[in-house]
Design a protein around this ligand. Structure first.
Ligand SMILES: C[S@@+](CC[C@H](N)C(=O)[O-])C[C@H]1O[C@@H](n2cnc3c(N)ncnc32)[C@H](O)[C@@H]1O
Length: 411
């Protein structure tokens, strides 16, 4: 058997200026930074100063600078730019340049594997636009669990467990796709894909980004997508549609099918939030997008009920964060549930039964299934979960008592 010995070589350069000729590589593999997620060069300085002492004489060309070189680092670092906006733009330009370089050095039938993750959807819009501008067309995507659990719990903010691996080729893209047809194509493709992701146990925000990765494979093959009036459909709009499809699927699955249609948009929003982010706070723009996909206008709901804005973040209040007197007039399922849990917690069982009977929720299966679904989405240590578990443990008896309360008359 003939064997070719390949001697690997390592070369240092910026991904935006690769020192190789056109169409040189069969494959390129890259894992770029994601906006401001990690300040790599600052972290590297710690190692750099020690490596410089130990290896500086052997590789002097790698240690010419005092600390690690920073000017071409592809991150969004406001301290290196005039403003946060400029910093974002710098990162986005670098990402685009790097993808164009990949396309340039890749053979016509070569393959690029690009690892990406970002919890904000605007991060995804940038990725899509940069890839497509470079004529790298994703042909497959797969989520891989890459993050440590300790990081996921960091600072009470929502975080992701997976990165999405995109397989891209330099393909000629179809000139125009029609929005109504592309929507059908996305829906059909996602049906199987979501099922597969669900079976793999991918959940919450990771489920959304995995679905986005899959949908890019569908719409990435079109150079341009238009509606029948000739308007160009932006990636923002495409992602909105993807979120709607995913929301619909996820809510049905979380509720084990059947009752999703009976629930109000606010209840669907609450369930989906707990499943996606548990009790974490989330950037306003992402909260708005999640709300939109369930038919809730978040601006209208802010401060009125369980949705609370804290600077640029949004938090969804649990029963333990609310007061009985703030829950007086609402007939919304979640408010009745929260009020019931607070009454149950303070031992006001009779008031709780009256509330459940008068609101009509206390005898409805959808009420208890919603409560059960919320409980299943929450981590063991959650106060809300403990309250729900306690409340639901006497469910059958409670339903018959609520029925009796209703028959006896409420007051
Ligand atoms: C997400 S990390 C890759 C992590 C790597 N896959 C690992 O598991 O250790 C992104 C890397 O891109 C590097 N980077 C940033 N700007 C770059 C540039 N202009 N050219 C090449 N690499 C760059 C960062 O220093 C960082 O190491």
């Amino acid at each position: 058997m003939h064997r070719t010995l390949i001697v690997p070589t390592a070369q240092q350069s910026s991904a935006t200026e690769l020192p190789y000729p056109d169409e040189y590589f069969d494959a390129v593999f890259t894992d770029p930074p994601y906006y401001d997620n990690i300040n790599y060069s600052a972290l590297s300085d710690f190692f750099y100063v020690w490596l410089k002492r130990s290896l500086g004489d052997i590789f002097p060309e790698l240690f010419t600078t005092y600390l690690t070189p920073k000017s071409k680092e592809a991150i969004a670092n406001p301290s290196r730019a005039e403003s946060a906006e400029e910093a974002r733009k710098f990162f986005e330009d670098m990402l685009k340049k790097a993808f164009k370089e990949i396309a340039r050095v890749l053979k016509p039938n070569g393959m690029a594997i690009i690892v990406y993750t970002h919890k904000s959807t605007s991060g995804w819009e940038t990725l899509i636009n940069s890839l497509l501008e470079a004529d790298l067309v994703p042909i497959a995507s797969w989520p891989i669990h890459t993050e440590m659990k300790s990081r996921l719990l960091a600072k009470g903010n929502a975080a992701l467990a997976s990165s999405i691996y995109f397989v891209c080729r330099k393909l000629k893209r179809v000139e125009t796709g029609w929005f109504s047809e592309v929507k059908e194509e996305i829906k059909k493709y996602l049906q199987d894909r979501l099922e597969q992701l669900w079976k793999e146990g991918i959940s919450g925000a990771d489920f959304f980004i995995s679905a986005i990765g899959s949908a890019i494979v569908v719409f990435g093959k079109y150079r341009e997508i238009k509606d029948f009036q000739g308007n160009r459909i932006t990636s923002v709009k495409l992602l909105e549609y993807v979120r709607e499809v995913v929301t619909d699927y996820a809510v049905r699955q979380i509720l084990h099918n059947g009752i999703a249609e009976e629930l109000s948009p606010l209840t669907r929003f609450y369930i989906l939030w707990r499943w996606s982010y548990a009790e974490a706070r989330v950037h306003f723009d992402d909260a708005r997008k999640l709300a939109q996909s369930t038919g809730v206008d978040i601006e209208k709901e802010l401060g009125r009920g369980f949705i609370k804005k804290e600077q640029e973040y949004v938090k969804v209040l649990g029963p333990q964060d609310r007061k009985l007197e703030d829950l007086e007039d609402s007939q919304e399922l979640i408010d009745i549930l929260h009020k019931s849990l607070l009454l149950w917690k303070t031992g006001m069982k009779e008031e709780m039964k009256k509330l459940l009977a008068s609101s009509g929720w206390g005898t409805k299966e959808s009420f208890y299934r919603t409560a059960q679904a919320i409980s299943e989405t929450l981590p063991k240590e959650s106060q809300e979960k403990k309250l729900l578990e306690g409340f639901l443990s006497g469910k059958d008896r409670l339903i018959s008592e609520v029925k009796n309360t209703g028959q006896r008359g409420l007051f």
